[in-house]
Design a protein around this ligand. Structure first.
Ligand SMILES: C[S@@+](CC[C@H](N)C(=O)[O-])C[C@H]1O[C@@H](n2cnc3c(N)ncnc32)[C@H](O)[C@@H]1O
Length: 256
């Protein structure tokens, strides 16, 4: 039995939900974060062919296209791709939007100059081996010298001490005593936020340790050239409620 099947189904359900679709459409209309603009300008060469992994309804894809990049967007959730295609017509911006899984990309080696996996989509891949595969896939499809930018919530930087104490008790004590604990790895969170206006279903996120992210970046073959908290890179609008994630810039060694 695939131990991650239930979580994958949960993710598809979460992102297919009407409310979530509407919310992502609103975010897509707002466009790029300031921090994203800054990093794309700095690391993505003008005219690059860019793969937007976990593109959702196209927030970053449209933003990049407006900056002059040629973009392909893929997402595992069909409803997201449907919305992205509709918005592509409305904005009159041509982007190839495809349904696809970050863990097994449907592109030939070195098809893109650079790639991104924005807004913590990488954290929503269940299983450390799958998250590593996604990094290896990003590495495979970009050309030497190209950059891959992604974001993650980082366990120790988030400051949720008591949450992790609770999770530790749940995972290492209650699970061993036979209680039904749905989290598969320590760092996994399955939760329902009643106050959240956009999510109705149970949500999944894995919040990794910084050392694990760095180790996986290296194992995938990348050089980590920069990382920092989003709001340190460029302070965002206070209304942006999505949390202060960390942004990672990785380079595939070689000359572009
Ligand atoms: C938090 S949303 C971000 C969407 C978009 N990047 C943005 O910034 O608005 C995460 C996205 O990652 C997608 N996703 C999750 N797991 C994925 C996978 N294995 N392959 C491709 N997309 C995935 C989800 O369907 C969702 O659209």
């Amino acid at each position: 039995m695939d131990k991650h099947k239930r979580i994958r189904e949960l993710i598809l359900k979460e992102f297919s939900n009407q409310k979530v679709q509407k919310a992502y459409e609103r975010l897509t209309r707002k466009g790029l974060w300031k921090s994203e603009k800054k990093l794309f300008k700095k690391y993505f060469k003008k005219g690059s062919v860019v793969l937007d992994i976990g593109c959702g309804s196209g927030r970053t894809s449209f933003g990049l296209a407006k900056m002059g990049f040629k973009v392909t967007g893929i997402d595992i959730t069909p409803a997201m791709i449907k919305t992205a295609k509709r918005l592509s017509k409305e904005f009159n911006i041509k982007i190839d939007f495809l349904i696809g899984d970050a863990v097994q990309l449907c592109f030939k080696n070195e098809s893109f100059n650079c790639a991104l996996f924005s807004f913590n989509g990488w954290d929503q891949i269940p299983g450390k081996e799958n998250r590593l595969k996604a990094l290896k896939e990003a590495y495979r499809v970009i050309r030497p010298g190209g950059f891959f930018i992604f974001t993650s919530h980082v366990r120790h930087l988030r400051g949720y001490f008591w949450l992790w104490v609770k999770q530790w008790i749940k995972f290492y004590i209650l699970k061993r005593l036979g209680f039904n604990v749905k989290e598969i790895e320590f760092g996994d969170r399955l939760f329902k936020e009643a106050s959240e206006e956009m999510y109705e279903n149970e949500q999944f996120i894995h919040i990794p340790k910084l050392s694990k992210i760095k180790e996986q970046i290296r194992e995938a073959g990348f050089e980590l050239v920069f990382y920092d908290k989003r709001n340190t890179i460029a302070p965002e609008d206070k209304k942006l409620k999505s949390g202060n994630c960390t942004m990672f810039v990785c380079k595939k060694p070689g000359k572009s």
